[in-house]
Design a protein around this ligand. Structure first.
Ligand code: FAD
Length: 625
């Protein structure tokens, strides 16, 4: 805990303030309600809640807690109390302020307001007053006192390949710091990409270059847009990413919400604004342009070979010269991995997870999580959020039959990328392979709740399937994606099985329970998909999840195959200082595809840091990163 230096200044952070649902204005309200003031007064041991001035408090976090062990579901708040404001507005409160003492996890003194701006303003400030970005992303003074060498006679030229979160944030930082940036994206801008996805869903036409994985905004554009991350929600880098998203049009409540999410309808306009800003910075955007090859001279990347892949237009090839190439291609660009091997770029297989996607009626999940309060959900318009869940279990050798030769003794089985009020979507980039994921709109109003149920896999599993070498994990994924396509019978139809039948290893009767997946489901025995130990791990964990969430095993719950692209199956080693590949100079592998992120926010943060690292390598920036 920070020492209290001057009780008349700074902030006190009050955490774990709980407000019962009937005293809270609801999930969308971010003001200081009477119920919240009561909770604040209780923590401060202040006798009259209504005497506390609302203006002195600001909400840092608001989440909804409906865990069964609680007597009643509650909203849980973290609030900052601005002492100066409090004393100006209500001088009589001085007495209790002088008595305030820190209390671990509940009351914390913060000498200065811990504020980080959005990235654009941080960079703008750093340029104006000569500061750099600290190791945690916060502005700090640099030894030279001058962070950016402006103006430069010749701007360094940088290609950023991939316009997912990693590529966008890297391009933003580099553009802001004065590089001449070209953003190369094989897929289409969101407007055209939306039409291509429409054609996929309605007419079963899969464009191999413009789909749920490829196109402006990357894999997360037609997604649930969950912005939860395991890399430290309160770090300044995450805050800078979140504030930048708000700058481009995301609703400000993502800064406060305990489980922030956007939904596709909010992501698409946000990306348009992001694009406009990049264009204003002078970033050259090349959509429908695929990186096919690198130009390498004397062991250093000096440019790229790209082709125009706009459907309907003749393909043209271009060679473009750059000082640095940032590779932010995501984990579905398998052709890029293969191309990198030709240049002996180190790629190492990495653990990830595979499994199935389970779908329940959303109403069932609401009832399961909220009991009587489920009526308050009202298709996402109600007081409490549409219910979600998160389950994780470790499954040991005894439960999965001596691990069937895989050599693993325990595996973790968990739900992943849960989409309340969402739908299951096709994320294949090739018609012979079938894989799925989930998306939703901001209101999460659909009748379905889907989530991946996955089991960790490692090199031992890849070898057991005769998948070897740097791309072993990719081959492993591909094998199950092909099996799923065959089991579905083609045309992107997904093999599916009722959960109860999956547990009993028998084919489900038709008709199957209804599914949100628009391209059709076909009854299949999903035991024929994965090796026995993976299937058994899934079976066992589902039984355990049902103990935690009674009703999880339901005749209305349908398992869909397959979920294989949970994170990158490999890592491209890079220098931790400048982010350059350890095996090929001039190449900067970043984001999820390079094995440094898993999810929208962590990919964006990796792009942010990479942007500064590359700028530093190019002498555009001298601050710390
Ligand atoms: P990507 O987003 O994959 O971007 C890579 C980009 O590179 C793509 O646009 C691709 O077209 C382009 N590219 C690839 N190869 C080339 C080439 N040769 N030439 C030019 N361009 C190329 N994460 C969350 O945190 N929350 C969620 O709710 C969520 N939901 C998801 C739902 C779906 C349907 C999917 C598919 C993913 C979801 N994810 C979610 C995961 C998230 O999208 C990724 O973790 C994140 O997008 C990774 O960012 P990235 O920039 O590293 O790569």
């Amino acid at each position: 805990l920070t020492d209290v230096k001057n009780k008349e200044e700074g902030f006190w952070r009050l955490s774990k303030l709980s407000v019962p649902v009937d005293k809270d204005p609801g999930k969308d309200h971010l003001g200081i309600s009477e119920g919240l003031l009561e909770a604040i007064a209780k923590v401060l041991e202040f006798p009259v809640a209504t005497m506390l001035p609302q203006e002195a408090f600001s909400i840092v976090r608001k989440s909804f807690d409906a865990r069964k062990l609680l007597k009643e579901p509650k909203f849980i708040y973290t609030v900052d109390m601005d002492i100066k404001k409090l004393l100006n507005l209500e001088p009589r409160t001085w007495d209790f302020v002088s008595r305030l003492e820190p209390k671990v996890g509940v009351v914390e003194y913060i000498p200065d307001e811990k504020v980080s701006g959005d990235l654009i303003n941080i960079i703008d400030d750093s340029r104006r007053i000569g500061i750099g970005i600290g190791s945690n992303g916060s502005p700090h003074n640099t030894h030279s006192g001058e962070s950016c060498k402006f103006p430069k006679l010749k701007k360094p030229r940088v290609a950023v390949v991939g316009s997912g979160p990693a590529g966008l944030f890297a391009a933003l930082v580099l553009g802001e710091l004065g590089a001449e940036v070209t953003l190369i994206e094989r897929g289409q801008a969101v407007e055209k990409r939306g039409r291509d996805i429409g054609a996929l869903v309605v007419r079963r036409i899969l464009q191999s270059e413009s789909n749920l994985c490829f196109g402006e905004g990357g894999a997360g554009t037609w997604s649930d847009g969950k912005l939860v991350t395991r890399i430290g929600r309160n770090s300044n880098s995450v805050q800078a990413v979140m504030k930048t998203l708000v700058h481009f049009g995301a609703p400000p409540n993502i800064l406060v919400d305990g489980k922030p999410h956007l939904g596709t309808d909010k992501l698409v306009p946000l990306l348009r604004n992001f694009r406009q800003h990049l264009q204003q910075l002078g970033v050259n955007l090349m959509f429908g342009t695929r990186l096919d090859d690198l130009l390498v001279e004397n062991g250093r990347v000096v440019g790229v070979k790209v082709s125009n892949v706009n459907h309907g237009l003749p393909s043209t090839v271009q060679k473009l010269v750059y000082d640095a190439v940032v590779l932010a291609v995501g984990h579905s660009a398998r052709d890029v991995y293969e191309m990198l091997l030709q240049y002996n770029v180190d790629l190492f297989p990495k653990d990830f997870a595979v499994g199935l996607r389970i779908e329940h009626p959303q109403e069932l999940i609401n009832n399961m999580q909220y009991s009587a309060l489920a009526t308050e959900v009202r298709d996402g318009r109600g007081k409490v959020p549409v219910a979600d869940y998160k389950v994780v279990k470790y499954v040991g050798e005894e439960e999965i039959g001596a691990a069937a030769g895989s050599g693993e003794t325990t595996r973790s089985c968990y739900s992943f990328c849960m989409c309340p009020g969402g739908q299951i979507v096709l994320t294949s980039t090739n018609p012979t392979e079938l894989c799925i994921n989930g998306m939703s709109f901001s209101r999460r109003a659909s009748r379905w709740a889907n989530a991946a149920l996955v089991v960790t896999v490692s090199s031992k599993d890849f070898e057991a399937m005769q998948c070897h070498g740097p791309l072993a994990g990719v081959e492993f994924q591909r094998e199950f994606e092909r099996r799923a396509a065959t089991m579905g019978g083609g045309n992107f139809v997904v093999p599916a099985q009722n959960v109860t039948d999956f547990l009993e290893n028998k084919l489900s009767d038709t008709p199957l329970p209804r599914s949100s997946y628009r391209l059709g489901v076909k009854a299949a025995n999903l035991h024929e998909l994965y090796p026995t130990h993976i299937t058994q791990a899934l079976q066992h964990s589902i039984t355990m999840f049902d103990k935690e969430l009674p009703g999880f095993i339901s005749k209305d719950a349908l398992l869909h195959g397959v979920e294989t692209r949970t994170s990158s199956p490999l890592q491209i080693p890079r220098n931790s200082e400048n982010y350059e590949s350890t095996s090929l100079k001039g190449l900067y592998p970043i984001g999820e595809g390079a094995g440094y992120a898993g999810g929208i926010v962590s990919a964006a943060v990796d792009g942010l840091y990479a942007g500064f690292a590359v700028a530093k390598d190019l002498n555009l920036y001298e601050g710390g990163i």
